[in-house]
Design a protein around this ligand. Structure first.
Ligand SMILES: Cc1cc2nc3c(=O)[nH]c(=O)nc-3n(C[C@H](O)[C@H](O)[C@H](O)COP(=O)(O)O)c2cc1C
Length: 205
């Protein structure tokens, strides 16, 4: 029997079951599940605290890093990195908040981007230490973020691309439901466009 594909889904929206990005990420899960068994683990990043002073010190000083204590940010960081490393596919469900990622998802990034652990600093720049694997990002935005009709900057996709590439994750694919604020039939249309892109990408299964 084939081992299930391990999928780690990060939930970035604070809106629970009403979240449009969560809904879109479910379409990605369905597309993946059409061709193989899945083991999906959900991590709601809204439950993560921000990093603290001890963690900042530990990143700056290897000696301080020796003194991790149970339950502190270093230990939480190590657990989150292990969880990421133990997955075959990373799926990120995220809204756009003020042109970029929600702060809860940034807090997760702050936990997993660790010099000497997930990337090394070299004379040529940062070199990622994690094994590459597919990363699917399901985005919901109230307005448009793609094409000629977009009237706002998009720091969400370039930021996630740069941050995750730093730790070695380069195989990234974005799916977007755009213009959710319009509601009604426009929202239905935006969902259908995103669903069609997912179907075209993953194929019939
Ligand atoms: C704090 C906050 C900031 C937002 N900033 C933007 C923004 O910059 N651009 C945009 O298009 N929509 C913005 N929105 C709207 C959300 O992106 C939109 O409602 C989206 O559908 C939320 O996704 P969710 O349903 O997964 O939470 C913002 C919403 C909130 C709550």
């Amino acid at each position: 029997m084939t081992a299930p594909l391990r999928v780690l889904r990060l939930i970035g929206s604070p809106r629970g079951a009403d979240s449009e990005s969560l809904r879109l990420s479910q379409r990605v899960i369905e597309a993946l599940a059409a061709s193989q068994p899945l083991a999906v683990q959900d991590l709601d990043v809204n439950d993560l605290p921000h990093v603290d002073a001890r963690y900042a010190l530990a990143l700056a000083s290897p000696a301080a890093a020796m003194h991790a204590e149970p339950g502190d940010t270093q230990q939480r960081s190590a657990a989150l990195i292990r969880q990421l490393d133990d997955t075959d596919v990373l799926l990120i469900a995220t809204p756009m908040h003020n042109y970029t990622l929600p702060s809860a998802l940034k807090a997760w990034v702050d936990h997993i981007m660790r010099i000497g652990v997930t990337f090394n600093g070299t004379a040529q720049g940062k070199v990622g230490l994690l094994r590459d694997r597919p990363v699917y990002v399901a985005i919901a935005s109230g307005g448009l973020i793609s094409g000629e009709q977009a009237r706002q900057p998009d720091f969400l996709r370039p930021y996630l691309q740069a941050a995750l590439a730093t730790v070695g994750l380069r195989d990234m694919h974005f799916f977007c439901v755009e213009g959710t604020a319009r509601g009604g039939s426009a929202l239905e249309q935006a969902r259908a466009v995103a669903q069609a892109r997912i179907a075209a990408f993953f194929g019939p299964g």
